[in-house]
Structures are given as C-alpha cells and as structure tokens.
Design a protein around this ligand. Structure first.
Ligand code: NAD
Ligand code: UGA
Length: 467
C-alpha cells in the first residue's frame, strides 16, 4: 500500500507522556524531526536545560536519550505556530483530567485542552496532516476532533481549502518509572483509524523498533475504549488484591503468600498483585471515573456501578491505613511526630498526582500530627502545592526531610508509602535510636523484613499481615 512518508512530527504537550514518547521516537527515527511544544514555558525551559538533572520529569534512562537526541532531531519549543505548520503528523498529548465543575463533574474527562489543541492544529496546519490522539480520551472523541478540524477550517475559509486531516487514535500504555523501557519494548502498539494511508504512516514509524506482530490496528472506537478498559482492568487487580490484604489482616493469612499462590495460575498471572496503599497516579482513577460516566451516558448503570466500586475500594484502602496508624498510637496522633517515607505515587518517579501519600498525610495532619516527609525525588514545592489543594480545619505542620535519618528524628512512627529502592534493607537497629519509644513502623509496601526489626524494640505493622 502507498504510504505517506513522515519527515516532521509535532507533539502538543511536553508532559509525562509527550516528553518521553517523543524522545524515544526521535532516538529510534533519526531521519524524522520531532518538535515538542507546550503552553507551559517553564516546562519547555526545563526540557531545554543544559543540566539534565533539571529535566521537568524524572524517568530512569530519559536523560541519556535526551543527551543523544536534543538539538539533533528533537526540539522543545513554545512556538506552536511554526511547529504545527511544519509537521506532517501531530500528536495530541495534553492533559485530560476529571472535570471539576459542570455536567459530569467528578467523573467525565475535561477535554478543554484537547479541544484547544485541535483548534490550534486547524489554525496552523498546512497541506495534509495526520492528527494522532495520544492522550487518553473518552470513546468517540476522535469524532469531536474531526468536527473541530472541519468546522474551524470552514470558518476561516480564505486560503484554507488545501488543508486536510486524518485522525488516528494511538493511546499510550507506558507506566511512569519504567517509561523508557515500556516505550522501547512495548507489549503492543495500538493504532485505531479509518484512513489506511495514515495508519500505514504511523505503523511505519513504529516499525523502526517494534515488530509488526506487536502492532494492533483497530477501528477508532475500539482503540479509544481499549485504553480505558486496560487501565480499568489494571486498577481492578489492585483493588482486588487490596481487598484481600484486609482479609489477610483479619484472618492471619499473609498477602504475599496469597498473591504468590494465586499468581502462579497462568490464567491469573503474577503481575500487578502487590497490595499497597491503593493506586495513585494521574490516570487510573480518572480513567475509571470516565468509564463510569460513559457507562451511565450509554444507559449501562450496572456497568457504571461495577467499575465505580474499584475506585471506592481504593479510597477505603487509603482511609483504613490512616485509621490503623491512629488506633496503634493509642487513638491519637495529636502532637505526635510521624515520618513519611515516600511521597510519589510509586517508586522511580517524581510525580505525586493522586499519590496515596497525599490523602493519608492530609488525614494525619487533620488529626494534629507533625509530619516529616522524605522522598528521594519529590520537591518541596510539589509537596506544598499538593497540600495547598486541600482545605484543613486545623493548622497543618509538616516539613520536608533531606534524609531518612532526619525524617525519623524523634518520630513516634514511620509510615512507608512508596517502595523506593533505598527503603529496602535499612539498618533499623540504628534508625530506632532516633525514634521516641514506643515507636511504630507502618509498612504499606512490604519493604521491611520482620527479621530486620527483631531486637530493635520497634513495633511493626505490615499491610496484609497485621501486627
Ligand atoms: P501532563 O499534565 O504531564 O502533560 C500535559 C502537557 O500538555 C502539560 O505540560 C500542558 O501544559 C500541556 N498542554 C495542555 N494544553 C496545551 C495546549 N493547548 N497547547 C500546548 N500544550 C498544552 O500530562 P501527561 O501525564 O503527559 O498525560 C497526558 C495524557 O496522556 C493524558 O490524557 C493521560 O491520561 C495520558 N497518559 C498518561 C500516562 C502517564 O503515565 N502519565 C500514561 C499513558 C497515558
Ligand atoms: C498506569 C498503567 O500501568 C499504564 O499502562 C498506563 O499507560 C498509565 O497508567 C496511564 O494511562 O497513565 P502508572 O500509573 O504510571 O501506569 O503506574 P503503575 O505501575 O500502573 O502504578 C499505578 C499505581 O498502582 C501506583 O500507585 C502503584 O504503586 C500501584 N500498584 C501497582 C500497586 O499498588 N500494586 C501493583 O501491583 C501495581
């Protein structure tokens, strides 16, 4: 089949998806010029910073790719007009958060940024342009994008008749912390579309490093829905194992043993069975809520209720952890020092969006605890913003600690919320000397080995095991 040769790509949105995805495309396709644009000028400046430690996102392996590609065939810019007008293919990789007001508030996705991007594309594009949805979007959004592209052109008719567009869906499945590996060795690449030439053009880009049997082509709506469904299935597994973790605590079963026992069944599989403080991240909750909203919209209330329960269980898991802390500390944390180890929503990322640490910390602050928070990658500015988004009845007292030892100074308890490598194998005998007795370790990520705290005088509560 004849195919359009892509020479210039533009990506709108230089975030956790746009930045790494375009870096890998630039790395694997040296003949293609890739421009990543963003309305956030600070973010673009950070992507262009000579010191690679200042890149706006932390992702293992990203700095090496950036050092190879930036300035060669990868460019970060705020010049929307130029970058869009040059491009043969434009990825829309902007944020699609849950709506906070209006119809569908709290569930439906807010598509303002996608719509704004489509309008920019309609305004600045030249000739034939392939527009690729990279953001996670409600089913049938491609239809809305097509309408916007068509109508905007009609409105500005003069000199615009030569503009044509094909719209594709190409959802991203990378997980933060392993983004580069996920992009370089994806389980599959999903492309939804109607125009065979456009599909072929995108397939040819991926063929530079992905084998053809891993590239799945579907219709637009299957592609959009598959992304939401994949995230819903993954999140459902976490809620399932977390529900069983509570069961273990109640019965004396051990969640790691149970996870192993069920995960060895090939039909179930052993991935994504780690119980923890609930899923965080910018997408699982948002995407399930979106699915819930769409189910309601399409007249499927039972389907909506089914998926909604996954989110409810996740919130319950976070709440029950802070209540256990309270109970173990004699029913009150008022005036007590609590160390929080790990603030990002998972290890190997500086992202805190929907991090369980935020909700749990806020509950403890509300109860009057003093928090000392240590995370290897999350900045104090990020923490401040996260707390500012919550309204507190009590004055909240917290500080960022620069080391584990500093966080544990005079602490009555330490709460481990993220499984950063450096939290494994700690010398608890030494660390116990900094804490005020009786002191507790609350381990929600199974990083502490019971043997390690023997003879330290510390009490240990482990999620899914109990005391
Ligand atoms: P993000 O917030 O990190 O980045 C989005 C960027 O888009 C921001 O920098 C914002 O300034 C920019 N932007 C918004 N409107 C713009 C416009 N009109 N013009 C130019 N720039 C604009 O978001 P993200 O985490 O990269 O997620 C993007 C999309 O990808 C979402 O739909 C998300 O659901 C999906 N997704 C995210 C992940 C992930 O791991 N974060 C994985 C797969 C899919
Ligand atoms: C998730 C999916 O894994 C990606 O495929 C998807 O592309 C992405 O969402 C998205 O659409 O944004 P991400 O949220 O970055 O990726 O990270 P995950 O590894 O999925 O972890 C999500 C949350 O679940 C984290 O808080 C993590 O700690 C938690 N989790 C994960 C568990 O509690 N237990 C597990 O076994 C696995």
């Amino acid at each position: 089949m004849s195919s359009i040769k892509i020479r210039k790509i533009c990506c709108i949105g230089a975030g956790y998806v746009g930045g790494p995805t375009m870096s890998v495309i630039a790395d694997k396709c040296p003949d293609i010029e890739v421009r990543v644009v963003d309305i956030n000028k600070e973010r673009i400046a950070a992507w262009n910073d000579n010191d690679l430690n200042n890149l706006p996102i932390f992702e293992p392996g990203l700095d090496q790719i950036i050092s190879r590609t930036r300035g060669r065939n990868l460019f970060f810019s705020s010049d929307m007009e130029k970058s869009i007008s040059y491009a043969d293919m434009i990825f829309i990789s902007v944020n699609t958060p849950t709506k906070t007001k209006g119809l569908g508030a709290g569930k439906a996705s807010d598509l303002s940024w996608v719509e704004a991007s489509a309008r920019q594309v309609a305004q600045y594009a030249n000739g034939h342009t392939i527009v690729v949805e990279k953001s996670t979007l409600p089913v049938r959004t491609a239809q809305a994008i097509k309408e916007i592209l068509k109508t905007t052109i009609r409105e500005n008719q003069k000199n615009e008749t030569t503009k044509t567009f094909s719209v594709l869906s190409n959802p991203e499945f990378l997980a933060e912390g392993t983004a580069i590996n996920d992009l370089e060795k994806p389980d599959r690449v999903l492309i939804g579309g109607e125009d065979p030439q456009a599909i072929n053009a995108l397939v040819n880009i991926y063929l530079n490093w992905v084998s053809s049997d891993q590239i799945i082509c579907t219709n637009l709506w299957s592609s959009e829905l598959s992304k939401l469904a994949a995230n819903a299935f993954l999140a459902q597994r976490i809620s399932s194992i977390n529900s069983i973790s509570a069961f273990c605590e109640a019965t004396g079963a051990d969640i790691k043993e149970v996870a192993k026992a069920i995960g060895t069944d090939k039909r179930i599989g052993n991935q994504f069975l780690s119980a923890g403080p609930g899923f965080g991240g910018s997408c699982f909750k948002k995407d399930i809520l979106n699915l819930v909203y769409l189910s309601g919209y399409f007249g499927l209330p039972e389907v909506a209720n089914y998926w909604n329960q996954v989110v409810l269980l996740n919130t319950w898991q976070q709440d029950r952890i802070y209540k256990i802390v309270l109970e173990k500390l004699f029913g009150t944390v008022n005036g007590k020092n609590i160390a929080i180890l790990g603030f990002s929503f998972k290890a190997n990322t500086n992202d805190t969006r929907e991090s369980p640490a935020i909700r749990i910390s806020c509950e403890l602050l509300e109860e009057g605890a003093f928090l000392s928070i240590y995370d290897p990658k999350v900045s104090i500015e990020r923490m401040k913003e996260d707390f500012e988004n919550h309204s507190f009845d009590n004055p909240m007292i917290w500080k960022m600690a620069n080391s584990i030892q500093e966080a544990l100074q005079n602490a009555d308890a330490v709460l481990i919320l993220t499984a950063w490598d450096e939290f494994f194998g700690l010398d608890w005998n030494y660390l116990a000397s900094f804490m005020r007795k009786p002191a507790w370790i609350f381990d929600t990520r199974s990083v502490v080995n019971r043997e390690e705290i023997k003879n330290t005088g510390l009490n240990l509560w482990k999620l899914g095991e109990g005391t």
